[in-house]
Ligand binder design. Structure first.
Ligand code: ADP
Ligand code: ASP
Ligand code: MG
Length: 411
């Protein structure tokens, strides 16, 4: 008998019928004698609907009230799933994040989990109940409702598994595992039997939303056995493994391709080529809590001025532009330009450590498709490029083929 934490995403609980199907799935695990804690998302589309309501009410919705609003989506699902389980004759009890006491910091809309009180859950499990917990939410020390950022129910699932010392955390979603790239963009994508935490962390941080990055961080930190599976079909899914050695007999050089459609670019042209200039511009942006991603600086041909370009999340472009324009005026810069029609495409793989030539292969592949590279950024196990968003799908597809990731089994 094991303790299993199962997380079901929005599509998996998108209708009453689907919630009933989830209840039958959970019941099947109970019948095998396992203790089950379930974390659920809001029904599909619900979080977006709630955010749209807030945007109608306020141009910049109050973060505290926004969290009170969007956290209601998950509260609907926990109640319905518990009812469905009771209909099948299984005892179940639902909890909001605050009722469990999932304590977070106070960073509304992107809060981090600090601790989880496991008392209620353990008592229910002991009494033979299925425990159903609302994903994506918690409360801060002062009992204000907080949410964990988009996709945050994954993190609830993994954090519960860590707190309870669960034998496995199963993330049930609308695809049957982690693929070499988003299978909705590249139909020839291949499901991975396993992927290392390190690679999954890169994939998630570079835009693969199959798992929220904080969920992967938690699983790595607390060594939670984590598996991504389909809600709708049986199968082994993908195991996220800590063990790099055994993960694959022959490590492929590139394991996956990630992309992020949410990037936007800010260029400050003609700033003085002097110490402290980049620091002045970038720290002003950072101080406003805007995360900076890729950065490139070029010296101009007169050797007197630089062009500094960096990317931020599209939702923060307007804010970043206002800040940068002010500093640019102080620095006597030539101009500030922005572009929100860009996208970031990255190739990821721990195998890159021991293989040269990945970058040149990537750049040649994009050149062959006439795709211009605007910015480049690399780390030990990834290479990212910023390109025009029009070429996103072409770029991902051709890189997928170039790095031998296409699923030939079904071709
Ligand atoms: P859920 O609502 O279950 O949390 P999400 O929509 O958040 O589901 O995440 C699942 C989606 O992630 C898939 O439908 C797929 O389009 C997308 N995705 C992006 N990259 C990948 C990848 N490498 N492997 C699998 N799915 C991916
Ligand atoms: N419902 C939240 C969202 O749509 C959390 C989640 O589904 O993981 O982002
Ligand atoms: Mg998700």
């Amino acid at each position: 008998m094991s303790l299993i934490v199962q997380k079901f995403g929005g599509t998996s609980v998108g209708t009453v019928e689907r919630i009933q199907a989830v209840a039958r799935k959970v019941a099947g695990f109970r019948d095998q004698g396992h203790d089950i804690v379930v974390a659920v998302s809001a029904m599909s589309g619900e979080t977006n609907r709630l955010i749209a309501l807030a945007n109608e009410m306020q141009e910049r919705p109050d973060p505290r009230e926004l969290d009170v609003l969007v956290s209601t989506g998950e509260q609907v699902t926990i109640a319905l799933l518990s009812m469905a389980l009771k209909n099948l004759g299984y005892d179940a009890r639902s909890y909001t994040g605050g009722q469990v006491r999932i304590v977070t910091d106070s960073a509304h809309t992107k809060a981090r989990i600090k601790e989880i009180d496991d008392q209620n859950i353990r008592a229910d499990l002991k009494a033979g109940r299925v425990v159903v917990v609302a994903g994506f939410q918690g409360v801060d020390e002062s009992n204000n409702i907080t949410t964990l950022g988009r996709g945050g129910s994954d993190t609830t699932g993994v954090a519960l598994a860590a707190a309870l010392g669960a034998d496995e955390c199963q993330i049930y979603t609308d695809v049957d595992g982690v693929y070499t790239t988003d299978p909705r963009v590249v139909p020839a994508a291949t499901r991975l039997e396993q992927i290392t935490f390190e690679e999954m962390l890169e994939m998630a941080s570079l835009g693969s939303k199959v798992l929220q990055i904080r969920a992967v961080e938690f699983a790595g930190k607390y060594k939670v056995p984590l598996r991504v599976l389909s809600t709708f079909e049986e199968g082994p899914g993908t195991l996220i493994t800590l063990d790099e050695e055994s993960s694959e007999m022959e490590q492929p050089v590139v394991s996956g391709i990630a992309f992020n459609r949410d990037e936007a670019k800010v260029s400050v042209l003609g700033v003085p080529d002097a110490p402290g200039v980049a620091a002045k511009i970038l720290s002003a942006v950072g101080d406003a809590n805007i995360e900076i991603d890729v950065i490139v600086q070029n010296i101009s041909s007169d050797h007197k001025t630089n062009d500094l370009t960096f990317t931020v999340n599209r939702t923060e472009l307007a804010k970043a532009k206002t800040i940068v324009e002010k500093i640019a005026a102080e620095l006597n810069a030539k101009s500030v330009e922005t572009d929100d029609k860009i996208t970031k495409v990255s190739v990821v793989g721990v195998g890159m450590r021991s293989h040269a030539g990945v970058a040149s292969k990537m750049f040649k592949t994009l050149a062959a498709e006439n795709i211009n590279i605007q910015m480049i950024s690399t780390s030990e196990i990834k290479i990212s490029v910023i390109i025009d968003e029009r070429y996103l799908e072409l770029a991902v597809r051709s890189l997928h083929t170039a790095f031998d990731l296409d699923n030939t089994a079904e071709a």
